[in-house]
Design a protein. Structure first.
Length: 338
């Protein structure tokens, strides 16, 4: 009997000691956790500052590297798909047209086997139909080793296949504008033959998706269209930059008295040369133009001139009626032909 009682007492004492031991472990663990949490809150490393997104020193060891593709020359033509943030196209000066569908992680050449030449001057996707893509061959950045273009190409299946779309002698086609609601109404800015005079230069228009083209803005056989932009709010309004340019083996003819900035308000049927503050006389060089997609009255243009007081970036707040020079920074216009 005593043996059973002694056994029970021993078990009770063992349990009491075990419970006490477990309690001590939990107490010290909890105390350490509370102390650590309080120190972490006080540490400036863990304090979130709304005005600091990251520590810039973390990025100092990073270096940019070429992720590809090996495309063949410079790239002077890039565009994307407005409704798809991962799909983009580019055209290189000697490697054709390339496409990515994963935000640039991988690229694939989509023009090999279809195009008769490799230099690309412009790529444009129709806003109303992402399957319709137009390409103008021949880069308009005519440096000393420029290659001739071979006209326009068109795809109706997002670049899977292509067909020739005319303008075989337009030389360098540096810009394309597509009507935002009608993918068959397309305009092309043709600089022309970069090595000599030719008639197939200026602004061209097609109303049937590139089957037939009509020349709607032509100045002479030496001055071509270098830039072209459409007002997406009113597609009948177009602006075109005209540039006299010719490459020789020993020099570059850059600018002339016939160039300038032109505007059409009837879809290209008629054009008016713009002035009223914008250079419209004397030696005028390369011109770039852009119109605001949210405010049709706001237009920007950059122009190269032989007079320091005229060259630079201009802005119009009345759709080109009047202009004001807003920058004369040489970094925006040096080596303008390039």
């Amino acid at each position: 009997m005593k043996t059973g009682i002694n056994y029970q007492l021993a078990v009770i004492k063992f349990l009491q000691k075990s419970v006490f031991f477990i309690f001590c472990i939990l107490f010290f663990t909890f105390s350490h956790f509370i102390s650590f949490s309080q120190k972490a809150k006080q540490s400036p490393v863990n304090q979130v500052q709304s005005n600091v997104g990251y520590d810039s020193t973390f990025l100092q060891g990073l270096q940019y590297r070429l992720a590809g593709p090996h495309r063949g020359g410079r790239v002077t033509a890039v565009t994307g798909v407005a409704s798809d943030i991962l799909t983009y196209y580019f055209g290189s000066t000697g490697g054709g047209v390339w496409k990515t569908a994963d935000g640039g992680t991988s690229w694939k050449n989509i023009s090999d086997g279809y195009f008769a030449c490799a230099p690309i001057g412009s790529v444009e996707v129709a806003l109303s139909d992402n399957n319709v893509v137009y390409v103008g061959t021949g880069s308009s950045a005519i440096r000393g080793n420029i290659s001739m273009g071979c006209g326009m190409y068109k795809s109706t299946d997002a670049g899977k296949s292509w067909k020739n779309a005319g303008l075989p002698k337009a030389g360098q086609i540096g810009r394309i504008a597509i009507h935002p609601q009608n993918p068959d109404l397309v305009y092309a800015a043709a600089l022309g033959n970069p090595f000599g005079k030719n008639e197939e230069r200026g602004v061209f228009r097609s109303k049937d998706g590139g089957k037939v083209w009509e020349k709607v803005l032509f100045l002479n056989d030496s001055t071509g269209a270098i830039d072209l932009v459409m007002d997406v709010k009113n597609p009948r309004v177009l602006y075109a930059g005209m540039w006299r340019a010719e490459r020789k083996s020993w020099t570059m003819i850059d600018g002339g008295n016939t160039g300038g900035l032109y505007k059409s308000t009837d879809g290209g049927d008629t054009w008016e040369k713009l002035g009223s503050g914008f250079p419209d006389s004397g030696l005028i060089g390369k011109i770039g133009v852009a119109v605001s997609p949210v405010n049709s009255n706001r237009v920007w243009a950059v122009v190269e001139t032989d007079v320091e007081t005229k060259g630079g970036v201009y802005r119009s707040d009345d759709a080109g009626e009047t202009w004001k020079r807003v920058s004369r920074d040489h970094k925006l216009r040096q080596r303008a032909w390039y």
